[in-house]
Structure formats: C-alpha cells, structure tokens
Design a protein around this ligand. Structure first.
Ligand SMILES: [Zn+2]
Length: 309
C-alpha cells in the first residue's frame, strides 16, 4: 500500500504550525504576519538562527550563470512592454570560517536555452566556478524545484558525490520527481531520494546563523532564508517571491501566466518584506533574479563578487 504523502505533509505542516506558534503572537507582534497562507515571525527566525552553535557566516558571495531578458511588463504587472528587464540567474555562497553552503546550483547552457526563444547571455566561466563551489560546499540548499536553481545539481556529472549534501524539503523532492520544470532536468525518484530531504513545519535552522522558512507562492515548495553574519548584519533572502525588487516594493505581481503562482500568498510575502524593509534597518532583502541589485550589491560590497573555490 502506498502511503499518501500529501496527507502526511498536510498533517505535519499543520502540526508544525500549531506547535511552534502561539495564537496570541499575531496580536502581540507587529513583525508577525499571517495572511493568505504565508506566515513568518522575524523574532522567531532570529532566535532560531542561534539554535545551532558555531561560527556565523562571514560573508555572502554571489555569481550569475546567465541572463534572461524579458519585457518589463512580464516581470512587473503594469510596467511598459517596450522596456526590457534583465533577470540574472544567480547562485549564492555562504562562507563560514570552516566551510561553505551554496544556495541553489545554477544551470548548464542546455537548460538555460530552454528558457528563452532567442540566444541569451550565458557565462560559462562563472558556471565552471559554480561546479567547483558545488564540489567544495559542505551543503547545497535547494530553495525550490525550478530548473535555473536545480539544474546545476541534476545535470552534474558528479551527481553521485553531490547528492548526499543536497538539502531540500519533501515538497521540492516530490515536484522534482513528478513535475520536472524543464525536459533537461527530469530525474528519477531513486536519484532524488539520495538527497538530504527534510519534512518540517515553518522553520528549519540549518546552520549557525541560517534558518530556512517556508514561503509557498512562487511555487508550492518555495522557501526563503534568514541569514545572520558574524558582523551582525542580517539578510532575508526572498528567493523568487519577486523576480525584481520592484515586485516586492510596489507590491505588484509578475505577469507571467506560465508560472502559476499563488498571488494571495505572494502579496502577503510582499507586505511582510516591506514591513521589514521599512522598519528593520539592519536587514537587507535579497532577490534572486534582480540584476540591478546584483550589480549594486557587488559594487557596495554587500555581496562578494564571485564564488570562492
Ligand atoms: Zn528562479
């Protein structure tokens, strides 16, 4: 008899919520928000970032393996169709005194080609460094199942070595198996089950200073991260909640019907992120595909340029 995984997930998800969140916290804290299927408590994230003892990460590095150029009207509802926006296909690296964690894995050229109708910029030398950083990483966090995030692992010729240190949620694992995002990233259950797959409620402290939390909306398996560096600086990595910070700040949806997002959940995330942007001056919000942020944060030394290998 097959176990009904969905039912288990639903129950474990609900259990996680009921155990970890006192009902009164909604009223008690302005930083707590529960609307439309998105919930995150900043104070809880801060506490959990110290749940795992050890040195906090020293810095966050970033690289991009490709660009996708889309009409601004597709990225942000209401924007001009004549204006173009560049979406960077990034990979982030958390550098600790004794190791590193990668956030997602980029993608190879063949997978990149499945995204655009025309040939778009690809940075092979950056992807070569991603491959080396994947080898070197202690852990690789898969934020969601999409090919621009998972392709670097799934298509790796070193899959067998990488698989045991790929961490993801059960939701992501099932989507990788049952709903491959692109033809190039089809993968068997047997291979996915070699990942380090975790069922959890809302939050998962994964390393000193790093907490993953569930943020379904962009996809049903999407996760965000809270990151605290040794120098005290804090980050919320909003992953693909918005493709651009403009989505978040203006609270404007993407206009890409093929992505099938839950707009109610995304709107709740945008409101939560805006509350943080406006009230928490120590926190920087990261956005995976925002190319302007990518350039700006490298220039300002908020993010390190390129991965250490
Ligand atoms: Zn993405």
């Amino acid at each position: 008899m097959r176990i009904n995984r969905k039912e288990i997930l639903r129950l474990s998800g609900l259990l996680g919520i009921s155990l970890s969140i006192p009902a009164l916290s909604f009223v008690a804290s302005g930083k707590t928000l529960k609307t439309g299927g998105f919930y995150a408590d900043l104070e809880q994230l801060r506490k959990l970032s110290h749940a795992i003892p050890g040195d906090l990460p020293d810095k966050i590095n970033v690289t991009k393996v490709a660009d996708t150029i889309r009409p601004a009207s597709v990225v942000v509802s209401g924007e001009s169709a004549d204006k173009k926006m560049t979406l960077a296909r990034t990979v982030y690296q958390l550098v600790f005194p004794n190791g590193s964690i990668l956030l997602d894995s980029g993608m190879d050229l063949e997978t990149h080609r499945t995204f655009g109708k025309t040939e778009e910029p690809y940075y092979p030398e950056n992807f070569e460094r991603v491959k080396k950083a994947l080898d070197k990483a202690n852990l690789i966090i898969l934020t969601h199942y999409h090919a621009d995030h998972s392709g670097g692992i799934i298509r790796s010729d070193r899959f067998d070595e990488l698989a045991p240190k790929v961490w993801t949620s059960r939701e992501t694992a099932e989507l990788l198996i049952n709903k491959p995002h692109k033809t190039t990233v089809k993968i068997s259950r047997e291979k996915v089950e070699r990942f380090f797959i975790t069922d959890f409620g809302n939050y998962y402290p994964i390393a000193p200073g790093v907490v993953v939390f569930k943020a379904p909306g962009h996809t049903t398996d999407s996760k965000m991260l809270y990151i605290k560096l040794a120098n005290g600086k804090e980050f919320i990595h909003s992953v693909d909640s918005g493709w651009s910070m403009e989505n978040i700040i203006e609270e404007k949806m993407k206009n890409a019907s093929w992505v099938h997002e839950n707009q109610e959940q995304l709107l709740a995330q945008y409101k939560w992120l805006n509350n943080i942007i406006n009230t928490e001056k120590n926190i920087t919000v990261l956005c995976t595909h925002d190319n302007e942020q990518y350039n700006d944060f490298i220039e300002k030394n908020i993010l390190g340029n390129g991965l250490e290998v």
